[in-house]
Design a protein around this ligand. Structure first.
Ligand SMILES: O=c1[nH]cnc2c1ncn2[C@@H]1O[C@H](COP(=O)(O)OP(=O)(O)O)[C@@H](O)[C@H]1O
Ligand SMILES: [Ca+2]
Length: 451
């Protein structure tokens, strides 16, 4: 294990400092290359006076589908999708600041699932697009983010925005992120027991705001919602033969269709003659998750924030409010899964995968992670309501780019503009070049258990 991780530097290129106080507006461009889509965040920062820290003034966001991994065999075409988004930044950033505006792309599970060669080919085409642009291309500006960092950054974002990282009485919350290709679980263990029972590579410790956090975090590759569909169909990591049909009891009986994921075409359909419905579907999905995930005992008694596809699916079937999200128990997913799977004809206007997706989410939560039926999940697309009441306690602005990297919309303009970088963020100091947006995580390391 490397015990002095400096990975945060990738997200906080040193050259983001304005050169002088007059040039008080500056920009940063961040790409989140997810398995299902590529998203650009163009941030505007304003430094109102030299002694003040920069504030976030705005964000431009745009996204394209599919993600880079869909271009596994056409890396140049993949890079073109990035170029199209980057062209927006040409319009958004004033020409005299192009050279000082860093551009960074971090890819997540879609690229992790590809062969090293194919992933590298995509990344190097993207790097070329960056080099040909007028923007600043820091070293390591294009790469694949480590799964554990993905979980940690999401945890910091949520706990920062909900006001749990400042002041006394910190009651942090755990997070569940269900992407297309991987899923992350991250929480701060409260019991010594948990640390003892957990494999070492699931634990990371780091310093932040003069506190040491020892987090439990893990990213399960291949357990994102889209990857799980393939696994359920028995098609994940298969050499697909043309004309091969993958069938499942989780799909409408008469269905036959095709689907592209990670650059591969899959033909799939329902069990024409055989069974369909929740029971057989659950058994199928169970094979994908049972015994595959570490089950920390203490999560059974904690509540978690859940987003990405947890949110999307819950919102699709009106379990939660589309705008505000909602609070659910694990059993709510199960109930809806039963209703949808046992009445597929009634839901045939929705996605043909609705039954499979809800059943997978149920199985992942219960049999995968080991949550109880009554474990509380706060399901959200963005975090803003809670944060408002903590507004004056929020005094740290560095969350911005890491949150962008984590790929959640937790800090679009509405949210981001509620926060400004102020007093307490001493380490965010633009007067000494190279320190902006970096803070001392040099203590960050894989947790080593006392023996
Ligand atoms: O910027 C964002 N804001 C909100 N949700 C996002 C954002 N980016 C991705 N998501 C959510 O993440 C899920 C897709 O996961 P993604 O494509 O990032 O796969 P991955 O994390 O496995 O690479 C969807 O539920 C999508 O709505
Ligand atoms: Ca993601």
């Amino acid at each position: 294990h490397s015990n002095r991780e400096m990975w945060f530097q990738d997200f906080f290129p040193p050259n983001m400092c304005p050169i002088n106080a007059k040039a008080n507006t500056f920009y940063g461009i961040m790409f989140d290359a997810g398995s299902t889509g590529t998203r650009i965040h163009i941030y505007t920062f304003v430094q109102k006076s030299p002694e003040n820290l920069p504030e976030v003034e705005g964000e431009i966001f745009e996204s394209v589908k599919p993600g880079l991994s869909a271009y596994a065999d056409q890396p140049e075409k993949g890079a073109e999708t990035v170029k199209a988004l980057l062209d927006m930044a040409i319009d958004a950033v004033p020409p005299h600041l192009w050279k000082k505006t860093p551009v960074v792309l971090k890819a997540t599970a879609g690229l992790r699932l590809l062969s090293e060669e194919k992933a590298q080919a995509l990344l190097s085409e993207v790097k070329e697009v960056f080099e040909e642009s007028p923007f600043l291309v820091p070293e390591d500006s294009v790469g694949i983010m480590d799964g554990s960092h993905e979980g940690i950054l999401a945890w910091i974002t949520v706990n920062f925005l909900t006001g749990q990282l400042s002041g006394q009485n910190q009651q942090t919350v755990g997070i569940l992120d269900l992407g297309g290709a991987s899923t992350q679980i991250t929480f701060l263990p409260r019991f010594e027991e948990t640390l003892k029972e957990t494999p070492e590579d699931f634990l990371t410790s780091f310093e932040m705001f003069n506190s040491t956090y020892k987090l439990y975090t893990h990213s399960y590759l291949g357990f994102g919602l889209k990857a799980a569909r393939l696994a359920t169909l028995g098609a994940l990591n298969m050499e697909v033969v043309d004309g091969q049909m993958f069938r499942s009891s989780c799909l409408p009986k008469q269905l036959e269709a095709e689907w592209h994921f990670g650059g591969v075409k899959y033909q799939y359909g329902g069990n024409k003659e055989g069974e369909t419905g929740f029971k057989p579907c659950y058994l199928e999905v169970l094979k994908v998750v049972k015994g595959k995930l570490h089950q920390p005992d203490e999560i059974r008694r904690s509540s978690f924030y859940a987003f990405s596809y947890y949110y999307d699916r819950a919102a699709d079937i009106n379990l939660i409010d589309f705008e505000r999200g909602g609070v659910l128990e694990v059993r709510n997913f199960e109930r809806k899964a039963k209703e949808v799977c046992d009445n597929m004809e009634r839901y045939n206007s929705a996605s043909p995968f609705l039954c499979m997706d809800l059943t997978y989410i149920t199985a992942l939560l219960k049999e995968g992670f080991g949550f109880r039926d009554n474990t509380i999940l706060k399901v959200r697309k963005t975090i803003d309501k809670e944060s408002k009441q903590h507004r004056d306690k929020l005094d740290f602005g560095c969350y911005l780019l890491p949150a962008a990297v984590s790929g959640h919309d937790l800090l679009t303009c509405d949210t981001a503009m509620d926060f400004s970088i102020s007093e307490n963020a001493e380490k965010v100091n633009c007067n000494s070049p190279g320190t902006l947006f970096s803070w001392d995580w040099s203590q960050s390391r894989t947790w080593t258990k006392d023996t």
